[in-house]
Design a protein around this ligand. Structure first.
Ligand SMILES: [Zn+2]
Ligand SMILES: [Zn+2]
Length: 333
């Protein structure tokens, strides 16, 4: 099969992904073989490729927002029909037995595997996944519309939940890429006022188009005090500015898997019961709940489609903030 293979981490400008022929995987016991139609491009892929995350598998095929159709079962798999359209996301598998899994926090599992990081992902014509970790894709979404929902969407949804934002509340977004452009649609559906701080003017315009009450530069002060805020951008210097914008008792959620160092700041910024918390992965329940809400609203993703062989270019464009919404790789022509 054709796949984009990462042999050695490097800045994306060096085009580290090799468009190669590799053997297609075979589904084991409870796995399904999925023929990939589209695969979303996520900033986490960039962190994997550029080596900002500790190495998982090498060589590895990145990609964890996979939409495709089931082509074959492993010997014990039975949950889906052949041809069913499914999504494969970041959480590839968990042990199901550690203390976190047993308390319903499988996103914090001690022995997880992650798609496109510790196991091969969806920048390829085929992928295998455990049937219990695969999502049915709601019919109303095309492949292209659905792909960005599988990480940007689900993680943004978990970040919204962890922020504790209430209807009518004021919510700040720092960074306005793939995750934020989906999360704002959920927030507006919940009657939340969104204040978007982002350096790129195209992203500010998209935020306003999608119903933001205000959009401004990354470190510009929103016109109201925020009940909660979510930092989507991987830049630690945003944290003190976002804390400054929070009202007393407000919550700041850090939505990324990687962030540059957070500068030190005066305790006053945190005092008055402000809270900072991170988001790590998601549970399958988050995914199921989000896809249901996304279909009800319905969410409309803004996408830029690139052919699979141009994955390096797609990632480079993402790195330069030049994508409005989400990048998606077209795998099946
Ligand atoms: Zn576990
Ligand atoms: Zn992701």
């Amino acid at each position: 099969m054709k796949a984009c293979l990462l042999r050695r981490t490097s800045p994306i400008e060096g085009k580290p992904l090799e468009f190669a022929d590799v053997p297609a995987p075979e589904p084991a016991e409870h796995e399904v073989l999925v023929r990939v139609h589209m695969c979303g491009v996520c900033r986490t892929d960039l962190h994997v490729i550029e080596g900002e995350l500790p190495p998982g598998k090498s060589p590895v095929i990145p990609g964890h927002q996979v939409v495709g159709a089931i082509e074959k079962y492993g010997p014990a798999a039975k949950r889906f029909k052949i041809g069913a359209r499914v999504g494969v996301a970041w959480l590839h598998h968990t042990d199901g037995t550690c203390e976190y899994c047993r308390m319903g926090a499988e996103n914090l599992c001690d022995h997880p595997t992650f798609t496109g990081y510790t196991v091969d992902g969806g920048y390829a014509e085929y992928i295998v996944a455990h049937e219990d970790f695969v999502y049915a894709i709601p019919e109303r979404f095309s492949d292209e519309q659905a792909a960005p929902l599988l990480c940007a969407g689900i993680i943004g949804f978990r970040a919204l939940r962890l922020s504790g934002i209430k209807p009518g509340g004021c919510l700040g977004f720092y960074g306005f890429g793939a995750a934020a452009h989906v999360a704002i649609q959920v927030a507006r559906h919940w009657d939340v006022q969104v204040y978007a701080s982002t350096r790129d003017e195209r992203h500010q315009r998209l935020a306003l188009e999608l119903g933001a009450a205000w959009a401004g530069g990354t470190l510009a002060e929103p016109p109201v005090k925020l009940d909660c805020a979510i930092v989507f951008a991987p830049a630690g210097e945003i944290v003190p500015a976002a804390l400054h914008a929070l009202r007393k008792g407000g919550t700041l959620v850090l939505g990324g898997i990687h962030m540059s160092p957070i500068p030190s700041f005066d305790y006053d910024l945190l005092y008055q019961e402000r809270v900072i918390r991170s988001v790590a992965n998601n549970t399958r329940q988050d995914g199921e709940d989000f896809l249901r809400v996304a279909a009800e609203i319905p969410i409309r993703t803004h996408t830029a489609v690139f052919p699979l062989r141009e994955a390096n270019r797609a990632l480079n464009t993402l790195k330069n903030d030049a994508i409005s919404g989400a990048a998606v790789l077209q795998v099946q022509e």
